[in-house]
Design a protein around this ligand. Structure first.
Ligand code: ADP
Ligand code: MG
Ligand code: MG
Length: 302
C-alpha cells in the first residue's frame, strides 16, 4: 500500500526546474522503515545502480518550513539542513543527501546515500543485545565527531538516538540520519522540541527550554547508556529529572563516569563535545582499536 502511494505521487513529479523527473532517474524498492514523518524506501539510481534510500515526506506532517535561496517555494527544514551539510562537502558520519524532489502539492522525496549492507542502530542493538564497550566506543567516537561537524556548520540535529544512526555492517562505520527534528544552530535557548522525549533532558521536561549543545550531549549520554546496557536509562519524566542512571550490567568505571557526566542534571555541568572526545574512556580505546583491525568481530554476530 505504501509503495503504491509513492508510485502514484511520483507520476505527478513533472521534472520542474530543469531536473529530470524522479521516476526516470531512480527505481523505488521495498520499504526500509517508517517513522513519525514519512516512509523510507530502498532504491537504486538508474544511471549507475547506486544504492539509495528514498524518504517520502508528506507536507501535512512537516513541522518546520524554510526557504532556500534557489527555490521560490518553502521547503521542509530537513531538506535545507541536509543541503547545508552537503554543500560544505559532507562528512563520513553524516548521511549525504543526493537529490530531492517536490511532488506537486503532496510532499517531497529526499534521495540519500544508503550503505549496501546496513542496519539502524536500534535494530542492531535489538538483534545483538548490549554492545561490547569496544564496539560502543568505536560507534560513539564516530557519532561525536560527526556531531562536531554538524554543529560547526550551523546545524543542530535534536533527535540523536539509535533509530537515527545507520551502521554499515561490513565496515562498522556509522552515519547520522533523520534531520527532520533539526534546526539552525543558535546560541540562545530553544523553546520548542520535536525530538524523542525519552532522549530529552531535564530542562526540557521541567522548563521547556534548552541549549543546543547541552541537549545534544544529554542525548549522547542516553545513547551511550543504551549501547552498553542494551536499553535506555529513563522511560518516565520522573526518571529523567532524577538524572541518575542505574547500570543494569557490568560497565567499566570510566564508561560509567562519562555517561554520568553527559547525564548531569544541570546543563552547565555537562561536557562539551570536545570534552567527551578527550575523556579517558574515549582515549583508552585507541590502542584496542588498532588491534581490532586484525581481530575481526565474530561473523555470527554481524
Ligand atoms: P523518521 O523521520 O520518520 O523517523 P527516518 O529518516 O529516521 O524517518 O527513517 C526511518 C528509518 O528508515 C530509519 O530509522 C532507518 O531504519 C531507515 N533509514 C532512513 N534513512 C536511511 C538511509 N539513508 N539508509 C538506510 N536506512 C535508512
Ligand atoms: Mg527517525
Ligand atoms: Mg524524524
Amino acid at each position: 500500500l505504501e509503495k503504491r502511494t509513492v508510485e502514484l505521487q511520483v507520476e505527478e513529479d513533472g521534472g520542474k526546474n530543469g531536473k529530470e523527473p524522479f521516476c526516470s532517474q531512480y527505481r523505488c524498492g521495498p520499504l526500509l522503515g517508517s517513522g513519525g514523518f514519512g516512509s523510507v524506501f530502498s532504491g537504486q539510481r538508474l544511471s549507475d545502480g547506486l544504492q539509495v534510500a528514498i524518504k517520502q515526506i508528506s507536507s501535512d506532517r512537516v513541522q518546520q518550513w524554510t526557504r532556500l535561496p534557489s527555490e521560490l517555494r518553502p521547503v521542509p527544514m530537513e531538506i535545507a539542513l541536509l543541503q547545508r551539510l552537503s554543500e560544505v562537502g559532507g562528512h563520513g558520519g553524516v548521511i549525504r543527501m543526493l537529490d530531492w524532489f517536490e511532488v506537486e502539492g503532496r510532499g517531497f522525496l529526499l534521495v540519500m546515500e544508503r550503505p549496501p549492507q546496513c542496519q539502524d542502530l536500534f535494530d542492531f542493538i535489538t538483534e545483538r543485545g548490549a554492545l561490547p564497550e569496544r564496539l560502543a566506543l568505536r560507534f560513539f567516537r564516530q557519532i561525536v565527531e560527526a556531531l562536531q561537524f554538524v554543529h560547526a556548520h550551523g546545524v543542530v540535529h535534536r533527535d540523536i538516538k539509535d533509530e537515527n544512526i545507520v551502521v554499515d555492517t561490513r565496515t562498522l562505520e556509522v552515519k547520522i540520519i533523520d534531520f527532520g527534528s533539526g534546526a539552525p544552530l543558535k546560541e540562545t535557548a530553544y523553546d520548542e522540541f520535536e525530538g524523542t522525549r525519552v532522549y530529552s533532558p531535564p530542562e526540557w521536561i521541567q522548563a521547556r527550554s534548552y541549549g543546543a549543545v547541552p541537549l545534544s550531549v544529554w542525548s549522547l549520554g542516553v545513547l551511550l547508556f543504551n549501547m552498553v546496557c542494551g536499553d535506555i536509562p529513563f522511560e518516565r519524566d520522573q526518571e529523567i529529572v532524577m538524572a541518575t542512571p542505574i547500570f543494569t550490567r557490568h560497565v567499566s568505571k570510566e564508561c560509567q563516569a562519562l555517561i554520568r557526566w553527559c547525564l548531569s542534571y544541570r546543563p552547565e555541568d555537562r561536557p562539551s563535545l570536545e570534552d567527551i572526545l578527550s575523556h579517558p574512556w574515549m582515549e583508552g580505546g585507541e590502542e584496542e582499536e588498532e588491534e581490532e583491525e586484525h581481530v575481526s568481530l565474530p561473523s555470527a554476530s554481524l
